[in-house]
Design a protein around this ligand. Structure first.
Ligand SMILES: C[S@@+](CC[C@H](N)C(=O)[O-])C[C@H]1O[C@@H](n2cnc3c(N)ncnc32)[C@H](O)[C@@H]1O
Length: 298
C-alpha cells in the first residue's frame, strides 16, 4: 500500500533541484552558474515546467535568490559556523560555508547527492576550498539512522541545520517525522534549524497575486506540472496559514523565532529581472515574509 507513511518514491522530487539551480544561475550566488551548466539545469527545467519557464522567468530568479540568501542570513544570526543542509540538491552553500572556515555536510537522496557531490567537489578542488570540511552525503530526512550517520561527521561539534524547498513536497506525517529526526540531532548540540519552508506558501501566494489574476493564472500551470511529475500535491501539503504552521512545529517541541526574509542586508542581484513597475511591490512582499529559526525545546 502506498500510504503517506510508507511512500518511497521521493526520488521523483529530485529533478526539481535542477529548476532551483536554474533560477539561481541568474544571480550573484557564488558558483550557481557553473553548477547549473554542469547539470544542464535549463534543459531539465524546460522539460519539467515547459513554457512556464518564460512566465516564471522574471519572478522566480529573485524569489529563489532571496530564499537562498535569507537562509544564509539566518545561519549567521545563530553564529553557528558548521552546517548540515538537508535535501541540499545542487546547493552551492557548502562552498561558501567551508570558505569561511566552517564544516558543511549536505545531504540528499542517494542519486541526487552523488550527482551533487561530484560537481561540488570538482569546484572545491579547482578553487582551493578545503575538501576535508566539505561533505555531500546520502541521507533520507525520514531515516533517523542515515541522518545520524551524516551528522556523525561533525564529531560532536556544534552545528545548525538548514533546508529550503523540500517541505512543501512532504505530507504532514512526513513533515512530523523529519522534524522528529532534526530535533533529536539538534538537542544534543544545542543547535537550530533555519528554514522558511513552513511559510513558503504565504510568500508564493503573495507573489502570485502581485500581477493580479493574470499572475495567479501564470503560476498555476507550472505548479500543476510539478504536482504531476513529483506525485506530490504541494497545495494539499501546505499549511493553511502561518499560525497553523507555527502550532504544528511548536507541538513537535520547537521554539520559533522569525526574522524578515529581506531587510536590505544582502544584495538582490536579480531584482532587475522584474519589470520596474513591480519591483517595489516585490520588495515589500519579501520584506514582510518571514524566515524561521527553530530551536528544540528541551
Ligand atoms: C526543490 S528541491 C530543493 C533542492 C535544494 N534545497 C535547492 O534549494 O536547490 C527538493 C530536494 O529534496 C530532495 N528530497 C526529496 N525527498 C527527500 C528525502 N526524503 N530526503 C532527503 N532529500 C529529499 C530532492 O532530491 C531534491 O534535491
Amino acid at each position: 500500500m502506498n500510504t503517506a507513511t510508507t511512500r518511497n518514491d521521493h526520488n521523483r522530487i529530485s529533478p526539481t533541484a535542477k529548476i532551483t539551480a536554474y533560477w539561481r544561475s541568474f544571480s550573484s550566488i557564488p558558483y550557481s552558474k557553473e553548477i547549473a551548466e554542469a547539470v544542464a539545469a535549463e534543459e531539465t527545467a524546460r522539460k519539467l515546467i515547459g513554457d512556464s519557464i518564460v512566465t516564471r522567468g522574471t519572478i522566480s530568479p529573485p524569489m529563489f535568490e532571496a530564499r537562498y540568501k535569507t537562509i544564509n542570513a539566518g545561519l549567521e544570526l545563530t553564529g553557528i559556523e558548521n552546517v548540515m543542509e538537508l535535501a541540499c540538491g545542487l546547493s552551492p552553500r557548502g562552498l561558501e560555508i567551508v570558505s569561511k572556515g566552517g564544516t558543511y555536510i549536505g545531504t540528499d537522496l542517494p542519486e541526487m547527492s552523488a550527482e551533487s557531490s561530484r560537481i561540488i567537489m570538482e569546484i572545491a578542488v579547482r578553487e582551493n576550498i578545503p575538501v576535508n570540511n566539505l561533505h555531500v552525503q546520502p541521507a533520507n530526512v525520514l531515516n533517523p539512522e542515515e541522518m545520524e550517520n551524516a551528522a556523525a561527521i561533525f564529531g560532536g561539534m556544534k552545528f545548525a541545520i538548514c533546508n529550503e524547498g523540500l517541505l512543501p513536497y512532504l505530507s504532514k506525517d512526513e513533515k512530523a517525522r523529519m522534524a522528529g529526526n532534526v530535533r533529536s540531532l539538534l538537542l544534543r548540540v544545542d543547535g537550530s534549524w533555519i528554514t522558511m519552508d513552513p511559510v513558503f506558501k504565504v510568500l508564493r501566494e503573495a507573489i502570485a497575486t502581485m500581477f493580479g489574476e493574470k499572475g495567479r493564472e501564470a503560476i498555476r500551470p507550472a505548479l500543476n506540472k510539478i504536482i504531476d511529475q513529483t506525485g506530490r500535491d504541494i497545495l494539499a501539503n501546505d499549511f493553511e496559514d502561518k499560525s497553523q504552521a507555527a502550532k504544528f512545529y511548536q507541538d513537535l517541541g520547537f521554539e520559533i523565532e522569525e526574522f524578515p526574509m529581506y531587510d536590505g542586508s544582502y544584495e538582490l542581484s536579480t531584482i532587475s529581472m522584474i519589470p520596474e513597475s513591480g519591483r517595489r511591490k516585490f520588495l515589500d512582499i519579501i520584506s514582510n515574509a518571514k524566515t524561521w529559526i527553530m530551536t528544540p525545546k528541551p
